[in-house]
Design a protein around this ligand. Structure first.
Ligand SMILES: Nc1ncnc2c1ncn2[C@@H]1O[C@H](COP(=O)(O)OP(=O)(O)OP(=O)(O)O)[C@@H](O)[C@H]1O
Length: 300
């Protein structure tokens, strides 16, 4: 319940120990006559990897765009529990979602600063903290102590994440010169430098070779297990989804058709049908196809 003088972005109800990190209620997004998301509700929890999967055009990226303020939902409530404070994301501008609700995001296409060094990409991500330390003035130029301290912390955090993604020895490289898989991990490290409580990753495994996919899995498990971050993952690579997710949500034509642990979801006939279509068996993700083949073999 929001009072007259309350910040409309922040719920006055307190979060409890059971309050999920993210609660999406009745999310609907229409573009003219097209219903991209149709009354979707879901929850995602802190310290878990929640995958959102579904065939092309199912509405996965639109969910992310609503969560991160790129789109204002037509209908729906999106409540983010940032360390006990509840934010209504649907009422917030994108930059407030990033800085106040602490939701970080990566995109389908890589958006690093290619001409900056690897280290600089990670320090720039902490720009807001540095600006505050400079008193929002030229405090950095005249060497304010608060700024120097913040700058040292920013570099320390950047180096911590460089170690985690095995790029410490390439800190001075231009980010654009890194191999593709390293750029993908650098993007995740950059997002982690903003201290998010929720990390939204849009197809992070796209274009990765099997070794790079494994490195990505290890990084995401580290982010979940050691930093307690809730990871929301859109992914077509089923080896990643089934390998590391705690919870899988399946969309099809904008509707939620399944929600549960990976094992339950991969055996759900509605999911199998959504991926198969009526007669396009080649579209089935390999993990699900292998399962069906095994079951068919057992039944024969
Ligand atoms: N800004 C927009 N204007 C009009 N239609 C849109 C817009 N954004 C998305 N859509 C439509 O909404 C539907 C869902 O798109 P979305 O990109 O969310 O699907 P997706 O599941 O992420 O697909 P993919 O796996 O191919 O990335 C599609 O029909 C798409 O064309």
């Amino acid at each position: 319940m929001i009072g007259l003088f309350d910040d409309p972005r922040v719920a006055t109800d307190a979060a409890t120990a059971d309050t999920p990190l993210l609660t999406v209620e009745h999310l609907t997004m229409r573009f003219g006559g097209l219903v991209a998301i149709d009354d979707v509700s879901l929850v995602a929890r802190k310290g878990e990897i929640t995958a959102i999967i579904g065939p092309n055009g199912a509405g996965k990226t639109t969910v992310f765009n609503c969560l991160t303020g790129f789109y204002k939902p037509t209908v729906g409530r999106l409540t983010l529990n940032c360390e006990g404070t509840l934010f209504y994301l649907e009422r917030m501008e994108d930059f407030r979602i990033t800085h106040e609700a602490r939701v970080a995001r990566t995109f389908q296409n890589i958006r690093l600063f290619p001409a900056m060094s690897v280290l600089e990409n990670l320090v720039v991500a902490q720009h807001n903290k540095l600006m505050r330390a400079s008193g929002m003035t030229f405090g950095g130029l005249i060497g304010l102590k608060s700024y120097r301290d913040a700058e040292r912390d920013a570099v320390e955090k950047a180096r911590y994440w460089l170690e985690r993604i095995n790029l410490a020895d390439r800190a001075d490289w231009n980010a654009g010169n890194l191999p593709y898989g390293d750029q993908r991990r650098l993007e995740i490290a950059r997002a982690m430098c903003t201290d998010p409580v929720m990390l939204c990753l849009d197809e992070p495994a796209a274009g990765l070779n099997p070794r790079e996919s494994l490195e990505l899995n290890t990084l995401l498990q580290f982010v979940r297990d050691e930093h307690g971050v809730g990871v929301l993952l859109i992914e077509h690579d089923m080896s990643v989804v089934m390998g590391i997710s705690d919870h899988v949500i399946v969309l099809d034509y904008g509707r939620k058709i399944a929600d549960g642990d990976p094992e339950a979801v991969r055996n759900d006939p509605k999911v199998i049908k959504a991926y198969l279509g009526e007669d396009e068996e080649e579209e089935l993700p390999p993990e699900i196809a292998a399962d069906i083949e095994k079951k068919t073999g057992e039944g024969a």
